[in-house]
Structure formats: structure tokens, C-alpha cells
Unconditional design. Structure first.
Lengths: 240, 240
């Protein structure tokens, strides 16, 4: 089976796609579901998120631009913040600079779309392996169209887990990610030393970076659930 | 000084840009100048190259699509082929799938644009260091919009040389490239094991891959020379 790593989203995916935005969207998505959220709605734009307010009960809006909360939203994009709340029965509408867009690219062609982070890496790799019949693509969201070290490192961790579960033929992206994983230090070093990790620290969000570096601390895998009742411009993810 | 590595071309460059398409455009460009070519004209499209034929004396057309020579062109994009010819007094018009486009992106914002490969890596790094006052960007051409291991590895070699010449602050791309260089084996292993290296071998072009892996075998650095007499849609590079 083929294992492909896109260091930036490209589209044209095989049956299973793992989307990574380790700092912080996919890490935060895992945290919301860990804290009881019944579903996540990832929107294509902030406007789609704002337009959903009031249309359904128990909706909360979460997101960021440039690392900071979006005006009019209830939450930022922070695993630390998520960890202090109870989201039981809530649907969290999420829009972020890079991660939610990458999920939309993945959903255009991928059949099974999963959100992955270091925090759920082992569970996400197991789920991907169980679902895949054609191949697995790991998609790094990056930051504003540029490759992010934190995502490539996380992709390498996922690739390492997958290689322990079976044979794969690798592409250049997978080779690069594995090399970055093996030569990039431990998760906390890799994430805190990345450009985006350094940026978040200057915003006082170093705790988020620390939480995002927690390796396989969760078994929740946000899983795309398609359906006619999903609002236009959104993707619904549930705990899998 | 800042050292930035773009794993794919992005634009908005500092004063010095090193463009890499190790398999094979920038390696071949070095070879043409090594073999006496007086200039290279890198065109934006194959059509621009074909339209130049007959407009000037001593023009030769070279290029590829999908690794194979372009119909109507005199040469492919092969350092092995270039090494058997004498290009004294000739201007070689080049168009390739990825490398010439990356040079055009670089030239839109970069002041000094140099072509780099493993074969001229040390000379290219020295030239870049001597020219730079703001910063240095290393730009990987990639393959059809996807990151290529051979270019990232070559970027890591250039970054290693540059770090030996002075202090730089690194971005994520530079960190990834250095890790790939240090963990990616020797140049021949890295290039022959890359997706594009494997593809070229299936086309019977393994000798090109082997030549491209020759580390700092040349001191020629193709250097962008701007001027009013440069044909529209082309960039002129001369030996520097």
C-alpha cells in the first residue's frame, strides 16, 4: 500500500486522508471531542461560522486568525482553553487560518478523512490503517502556504506508527517526514522550536504548544461524517 | 542574517535567491556553462523558446517535459548529454517542467538570482554569502507542485555550507532541509532514492542522476543578468 505525505495540501487523495495542523487546529479538535463535544463543524470561512450562530441549539464558535481569537467567536483555537471546559452536548463550529481549509481540500477527494495531531497520533494511525484499501495520504496544513516543521514532524510520527503496522511504499514527502521525525528531537523540542511554536510563545500561548506535544495522550480520532443535514460550507467531524 | 528555504517556490524574496532543481535543470545549466556556453536563456514556456529560434545566431534549444526532450528542441535536459558537447559561443535556450518556472518566480522579487545544484553547491553558497546584505532564500523547484527530496537535500547542503561561513537565523524550511541533509545519506543515495531519481532511472537516465550527485564538482554559478536586450519571457544567466 502507498503512503504519501503532502507537505502542503494538494488534493487528489486516496481513500484515507489524515489531516494535520498540529499547532493548533487538529490538536484543539481532539480536545473538544475529548471534553464531550458531540460534533465539530469545520467551516470554509469565518463568515460561514458566524452565519450558523442561532440556526441550531448548542452551537459554539471557535477559531483564530494569526493565532488570535476571531471577534464574535466564543473560543480561540486553544487546547489549553478547551481542556478547562465541558462541551457535553455541544457542537463546536471551527474556523482557523490553515487547518480547516486543509480539511476541506482533503474532503474534496478523500473518502475517509481523519484529523490527526501528535496527541492522537497512535489512534489516528491505527484507524487509518484499518480503513485503507487503496492508500493513505497524510496532509500537512502548513502556515499560510508555507511548510510548517510541526506538521512535517507529526506526519513523520504517524508514518512511523504506520510502518510498524505493515508495509508501505513511500513517496518523497514520507521520506522527508520520517527523516525530520528521526532527526528532529523529541516532540516538545520540535514543536517549540518551529516558527509557529515560537510565534505562539510570543502570544503567551506556550501552554498550547506544550499540550500539542503530548504524544498519543488521546484515543479520539475526529472522523468526517457526511450527510444531507450538514450545513453548506461545513464538514462535520465526530469522535471515532 | 536570515536564511530561508522554500520547499516550493513562494515569491517575495530577499536580495539573494538560490534556485534549485537538482534533477535536472540547474545541474544541466551548470554543465552548459562549464562546456563553454556564453549564456543561458531560461524561458517561461516552451513556446517562447521555439519562437526564439532563428532570431539570433548561435542559439540552441534545450528542455524536457516529463523527463523527455521537447519535440523541435536540439537537446534534452541532461547533464550527461551536455558533458559530451562543446557549447563555446552558443546561447542555450532552456525550458523545463519545474526549474525554469521556479527561476522566473525568483526573478520577480529577488535582486540576485543564482542557479544552484549539488555540483556547484560550495561555489553557489560562497557567491550567495558574498552578495547578500538582507538575507538569503533557497528555493526548491519541486516536481509538478510537489516537494522533491532531491531539492530539499540539496538545499540542506547549501545551508550547511552557508552556516560554516557565518551566522544565520533559520526558518522551518531551513531546519527541515538541514535535517534531511544530515539524515538522508550521501548525495548519490539521496538523489537515486528520490521519486524523481527513480523516475529518471526508468527512462534510462540514471547517468544524469549520478552526475547530479557530484558534490561541488564545478565552480560555475549561473547568475541572472538583467538587461534591455534580454528577449521578453526569458531570463539570461551567465557564468559567475
Amino acid at each position: 500500500m502507498k503512503l504519501r505525505v503532502d507537505l502542503l495540501p494538494h488534493g487528489n487523495y486516496p481513500d484515507v486522508v489524515l489531516v494535520i495542523d498540529a499547532l493548533r487546529a487538529t490538536t484543539t479538535a481532539v480536545a473538544y471531542l475529548e471534553r464531550g463535544a458531540q460534533a465539530l463543524l469545520l467551516t470554509s470561512t469565518p463568515e460561514v461560522a458566524l452565519a450558523l450562530r442561532g440556526t441550531r441549539e448548542n452551537l459554539l464558535l471557535a477559531g483564530e486568525r494569526g493565532g488570535l481569537p476571531i471577534p464574535g467567536f466564543d473560543f480561540g483555537n486553544s487546547p489549553a482553553e478547551a481542556g478547562t471546559q465541558n462541551f457535553a452536548g455541544k457542537t463546536v463550529v471551527m474556523n482557523t487560518t490553515n487547518g480547516t481549509g486543509a480539511a476541506h481540500v482533503a474532503a474534496q477527494s478523500g473518502k475517509h478523512v481523519l484529523l490527526a495531531a501528535l496527541t492522537n497520533a497512535h489512534a489516528a494511525a491505527r484507524r487509518a490503517r484499518a480503513l485503507a484499501s487503496e492508500g493513505i495520504a497524510i496532509v500537512c496544513a502548513g502556515t499560510d502556504g508555507r511548510v510548517g516543521l510541526e506538521d512535517v514532524y507529526t506526519a513523520g510520527v504517524l508514518a512511523e506508527y504506520l510502518l510498524a503496522m505493515g508495509d508501505f511504499t513511500l513517496d518523497d514527502g514520507a521520506r522527508i517526514a520520517l527523516t525530520v521525525r528521526r532527526g528532529g528531537g523529541d516532540p516538545a523540542e520540535a514543536l517549540s522550536g518551529s516558527d509557529h511554536g515560537l510565534h505562539l510563545a510570543t502570544l503567551g500561548l506556550a501552554e498550547d504548544v506544550q499540550l500539542a506535544a503530548g504524544l498519543s495522550t488521546s484515543t479520539v480520532v475526529p472522523t468526517l461524517e457526511r450527510g444531507e443535514d450538514v450545513p453548506e460550507g461545513t464538514l462535520r467531524f465526530v469522535a471515532g
